[in-house]
Design a protein around this ligand. Structure first.
Ligand SMILES: [Zn+2]
Ligand SMILES: [Zn+2]
Length: 362
């Protein structure tokens, strides 16, 4: 089969052996895999192994069922939770299977889904309902990350919450905050296209961080934030956030950032603030994400900027290093053509406008 393999300095499409389902496993024919910022940064910073196959945001159809697997059939559409879990170690029992030392994570320590086929444990499958485009399974992973971040923030009706950084994860966070019933969702970002997308997926206010400081926003509106979700990794945001959080508010770091910020301990203690880090989720949260997508409660499709064939995926991963208005790119490993597919967002109309302008800007 063809797969995107890591090579020094980037990625390339290569022929690799077809995966074979072992006991308790299935092989999934990948329909779509989302290009994730963590993949972009891993490649850019040389944190990949030669021959490694990345890709962890995906959906497809079962192509082979291994021995001992019950309840799954060839042809069934599925989303796949990339995070394996032994279910019994301290990391898994405390809800952070990402840190499980005993089970590989797909697209990280196990081969990923920038490939025509992938071998996965049957226990990590989630059924997609008939009639739902199989591609929609690719959106479950970033939504699960966002749902977990919102749960960590412990926010809901009556709260104002800031999402700082409105790329794929930030936009999913806005959707997750809406699901949580948060009253006032504020997005903050630099790119005009991404800010338009933030509005389209449900932000009440969207700040241009180059023009308006968080302190200015709070002074002007009188709304302090019950939580700040940092999906940007912006330098200085942590200290700035402690100035604008409501009492007992939460700062949730969702970006994988190398930043080492100073910690204003006096404000932290006086405000009774909570500080959390999260980049993963449990199987139940992933399953809930699929449920929200299947029920049409989240406009995940609206943030797709492009769909690209496997051959165009290496260059798309490079373009995402400086994304500008680009939000989300899906790789379609089954596509044989080498031409990029333009965005064809289906819902809602307002969001489609944002998606189209994102493409034009490139
Ligand atoms: Zn991801
Ligand atoms: Zn474990």
């Amino acid at each position: 089969m063809r797969a995107l393999v890591c090579v020094p300095g980037g990625t390339e499409v290569a022929d690799v052996p077809d995966p074979v389902a072992g006991p308790g496993e299935v092989v999934v024919e990948v329909q779509a895999c989302g290009l994730c910022g963590s993949d972009v940064h891993a490649i850019e910073n040389g944190h990949t192994r030669p021959g490694q196959v990345l890709g962890h945001e995906f959906g497809g159809r079962i192509a082979e069922v291994g021995s001992g697997v019950t309840g799954w059939q060839v042809g069934q559409p599925v989303a796949v939770n990339p995070l394996g879990s032994c279910g019994t170690c301290p990391a898994c029992t405390r809800g952070v299977p990402f840190a499980c030392p005993d089970w590989p994570n797909i697209g990280l320590s196990a081969p990923g889904a920038y490939a025509e086929y992938i071998r996965v444990p049957a226990g990590q499958l989630v059924r997609l309902p008939d009639g739902l485009p199989v591609e929609m399974g690719a959106h479950a992973e970033p939504l699960a990350v966002a749902l977990q971040a919102v749960a960590q923030a412990d926010v809901g009706p009556g709260d104002t919450v800031l999402v700082h950084g409105v790329g794929s994860i930030g936009l999913n966070a806005i959707m997750a905050l809406r699901l949580a019933g948060v009253d006032h969702v504020v997005g903050a970002g630099r790119s005009p296209g991404r800010r338009a997308a933030a509005e389209a997926v449900g932000a009440d206010d969207v700040i241009d961080t180059r023009a308006v400081s968080l302190a200015d926003y709070v002074a002007g509106t009188g709304r302090r934030f019950a939580a700040v979700l940092d999906c940007s990794g912006a330098v200085g945001l942590f200290a700035e956030s402690l100035e604008v959080l409501a009492p007992a508010g939460a700062f949730v770091e969702v970006a994988l950032t190398p930043d080492v910020p100073p910690v204003p301990l006096f404000q932290l203690v006086q405000g009774g603030f909570g500080v959390y880090g999260t980049c993963a989720y449990s199987y139940a949260t992933y399953e809930a994400a699929v449920g929200h997508i299947a029920a049409g409660r989240v406009p995940v499709e609206a943030i797709i900027s492009e769909r690209v064939a496997l051959d165009d995926t290496p260059s798309a991963l490079v373009r995402l290093r400086t994304p500008g208005d680009l939000v989300r790119i899906l790789s379609l490993p089954g596509e044989r053509t080498s031409s990029a597919k333009p965005a064809q967002p289906a819902q809602p109309a307002q969001a489609a406008t944002a998606g189209n302008s994102a493409v034009t800007a490139q």
